[in-house]
Structures are given as structure tokens and as C-alpha cells.
Design a protein around this ligand. Structure first.
Ligand SMILES: *Cc1c(COP(=O)(O)O)cnc(C)c1O
Length: 404
């Protein structure tokens, strides 16, 4: 292909809507946890496409599923069902609390479905007054107007006219703040079983258990947004499995597709029945191509080797980052769970997370931030130990530059 124009970062500003500020680096290929840019510079990928590429880049099982399905059938619409969707749904049901699955194309769409289902369930089973949704400050649930309003960052939903109503925000890990809001008019509580975008904040067991109890007391649904925590990222297939609390509705996306866009909403048969024929839908949701790849993701991440690997690799990160901190004193703590790790910058480096990300990038390691003060790591669940070691060496060089 010989274009009559240069494909570079400048072209972004010329032809793309300015809602993103991408880095100057344009990656062109990846293999496992290594990525190469247009100049053939190599990077180690500790970002995983924001917790999406759970099996790294071009994992043979995923490429195989994509090629195989790509030569069979790509799309049908929901006028017909298809084999990959049925197989994937069966596997999700067999591996979780859920009886029923709805497929979407993203995290926001899965959450949108969950919220609409909760509202419809409350209307059918109770009354029109039971419509309050409780969510949490600093929570993140996507960018559709409903989900961004349920999300706990006021600034993200402002400036688009009247917001969807009857949504209140409590404080994460503060059960009293939920008690102050909840009543029999509460339809659902939506919560991340570890806040991702909000700063890698783990829930206390009392908080999560308390939410379940409050929902039971007030006949409200408990919705776990596992878009970031799911698909094996924290160790178990879904985070709820380690928390001794079962939600009524669970949403999954990001890692579920391993890089192909897909989302899912999981629930019980009793609740699912309220999403009756015609109440909701999606043209692409549950398409055979995405479902075939996702099925391969599930097959790999539910193996005991991968799940045990997450624990072992998480320890390499925590130990490695603590060792770096012992030398340079830049973090107050290393937190998170499984392969969702946050390094919290101390007083001296407030607001500088993006600087660390940029410095790491120039040393050849891709990282993420979660807000202005936390560097986030969300690598492939099967990243080789040598890549973790080499990536941490590169990351240390970046820290050394900024700390000197
Ligand atoms: C990323 C994320 C979403 C949004 O997913 P999209 O695929 O971008 O719509 C929703 N909830 C959580 C917890 C997320 O981390």
C-alpha cells in the first residue's frame, strides 16, 4: 500500500476528533508482551491495552479462533443465533453464578443493559417508585450517558444537558454513607469489586458483605461491574469468587475479548426474564466472530496454570516495585490485586503519574495511570517472567531519571 500522505501522529490532529491525547508512539505490531512501533523500537507491554489484552498480543489460541471463524461466518444479527455465542454463553454460565447471558460490544454497553434490566425488574416486580440507583464516588462504568452518570466523576457527565435521574453516589468502603441513601425505593447498587479507574482501591470484606446485606434488606439488586476486574485479572475468573458475595447481575468486557470488542451481562433466570422480547438489543452484540475469540479467551484463562500464574506474577510486580521504591522512595504503597497493580506516588510526586508513564515509555516499557497520582500496571495474564523482570529494569531507569 502506498498512501499519498504520511501516517503519523500529526495526522491524528488533522483527521481525528480531539477527545483523546495519544502519545507520539504508534505501535504497529505485537507478540506476547512485546510491542514494536513504526520505527521498530521495542516496548514491553505492562498496560495490556488498558486491561484488555489478557493473553498479550497475537496469542496463538486467539489468532487461531479468529482465523477459523473468519473463514466461516462473521455476522448474522440477532434475528438468528449462532454457535460461538451459544458456546460462549454456556461456558460463562457453567463457570459462574449466572443462568443467563446477554452479549454487548463494550463495558459501557454491558452496564447500560444491567441498569436498564434493574430498572425494568423493579418496575415489574415492585413499583415505578423503586428506581433509585446507588453507585460510588470515583467509580467508573463507561461513557454512555446513563453509565457515565452512574459513574462517580461528576465532571465526566456534566455539559451534556439533563442527566438520567434518580442516581445517588455514596463513598466507597463507607457502609454508613450507603445506609444514609438506601431505602425500599432503591432499585440497585452498582459497584466495582475493586475500583480500577478510581485509583486501584480494594473493597474491605465488611463493605462488600454489607452491600449484599443492604440489598437483601431493601429488595435491591447488587450489580458488580467486573469490566476491569473480570476475565481472570485478579486471579479467579471473576473477582466476586474471592469475596464470598454473589451479585445479582455481573458485567464483563475488556479482558473478556482479549482484544476483540465484546461485553457481557450475566444474571439469574429470575431477573433475566424481565429483559423480555423487544426490551433491549444490539446489532453487533453476540456476533460469531467476537464470540469465537472470546470463547478461546475463556478456554485459556480458566486453566489452573493461568490462574496460578496470575498470583505468582503479581508477586513479581509487588516485590519488584517495592525494591525500586526502597532505592528511590517515590511510592507510599503498592496496592491492588492479581495483575491489577497500582503504585501510589508519595507527597513529593503528587500529580506526576503521567510523567512517570512518559519516562517509562521512552525507556521502552508501557504503563498506565489511574488518576494523577497512581501508576497502574495491567499486563497480560501470561506475561513471561523474563518480560516482567526486563520491564521492571526499564521502569527503574525511568524512576531513576525522575527521582534524581
Ligand atoms: C473500562 C471500564 C468500563 C467501560 O468499558 P468500555 O468498554 O470502555 O465501554 C466500565 N466499567 C469499568 C469498571 C471499566 O474499567
Amino acid at each position: 500500500m502506498s498512501e499519498q500522505f504520511s501516517v503519523n501522529r500529526e495526522l491524528f490532529d488533522e483527521v481525528m476528533v480531539p477527545n483523546y491525547a495519544p502519545s507520539a508512539v504508534i505501535p504497529v505490531r505485537g507478540q506476547g508482551s512485546r510491542v514494536w512501533d513504526q520505527q521498530d523500537k521495542e516496548y514491553i507491554d505492562f498496560a495490556g491495552g488498558i486491561a484488555v489484552n489478557c493473553l498479550g498480543h497475537c496469542h496463538p489460541a486467539l489468532v487461531g479462533a479468529l482465523k477459523e471463524q473468519g473463514e466461516k461466518i462473521w455476522h448474522l444479527s440477532n434475528v438468528m443465533t449462532n454457535e460461538p455465542a451459544l458456546r460462549l454463553a454456556k461456558k460463562l454460565v457453567d463457570n459462574t453464578f449466572a443462568d443467563k447471558v446477554y452479549f454487548a460490544n463494550s463495558g459501557a454497553e454491558s452496564n447500560e443493559a444491567a441498569l436498564k434490566l434493574a430498572r425494568r425488574w423493579a418496575l415489574n416486580e415492585h413499583s415505578a417508585e423503586k428506581s433509585q440507583i446507588i453507585a460510588f464516588k470515583q467509580g467508573f462504568h463507561g461513557r454512555t450517558f446513563f453509565t457515565v452518570t452512574v459513574g462517580g466523576q461528576e465532571a465526566y457527565s456534566a455539559g451534556f444537558g439533563p442527566r438520567p435521574g434518580d442516581i445517588d453516589h455514596a463513598e466507597y468502603n463507607n457502609l454508613e454513607s450507603v445506609k444514609a441513601l438506601i431505602s425500599d425505593k432503591t432499585c440497585a447498587i452498582m459497584v466495582e469489586p475493586l475500583q480500577g479507574e478510581g485509583g486501584i482501591v480494594s473493597p474491605t470484606p465488611e463493605f462488600i458483605q454489607g452491600l449484599r446485606d443492604l440489598c437483601n434488606e431493601h429488595n435491591a439488586l447488587l450489580i458488580f461491574d467486573e469490566v476491569q476486574t473480570g476475565a481472570g485479572r485478579l486471579g479467579p475468573l471473576y473477582a466476586y469468587m474471592d469475596l464470598d458475595v454473589t451479585p445479582d447481575i455481573l458485567t464483563s468486557a475488556k479482558g473478556l475479548g482479549g482484544g476483540i470488542p465484546i461485553g457481557a451481562m450475566l444474571t439469574t433466570a429470575e431477573i433475566a426474564k424481565h429483559l423480555a422480547i423487544g426490551t433491549h438489543g444490539s446489532t453487533y452484540g453476540g456476533n460469531p466472530l467476537a464470540c469465537a475469540v472470546s470463547e478461546a479467551v475463556i478456554d485459556v484463562i480458566t486453566t489452573p496454570e493461568v490462574q496460578a500464574g496470575v498470583k505468582a506474577k503479581a508477586k513479581l510486580y509487588v516485590d519488584g516495585l517495592n525494591a525500586i521504591n526502597a532505592k528511590y522512595s517515590v511510592f507510599t504503597e503498592i496496592r491492588g490485586k492479581g495483575l491489577l497493580v497500582g503504585a501510589v506516588l508519595n507527597e513529593r510526586y503528587q500529580g506526576k503519574a503521567k510523567d512517570f508513564l512518559m519516562a517509562a515509555m521512552s525507556e521502552g516499557v508501557m504503563t498506565l495511570v489511574a488518576g494523577a497520582n497512581i501508576i497502574r500496571f495491567a499486563p497480560s495474564l501470561v506475561i513471561p517472567d523474563e518480560d516482567i523482570a526486563e520491564g521492571l529494569v526499564r521502569f527503574e531507569k525511568a524512576v531513576a531519571k525522575l527521582a534524581s
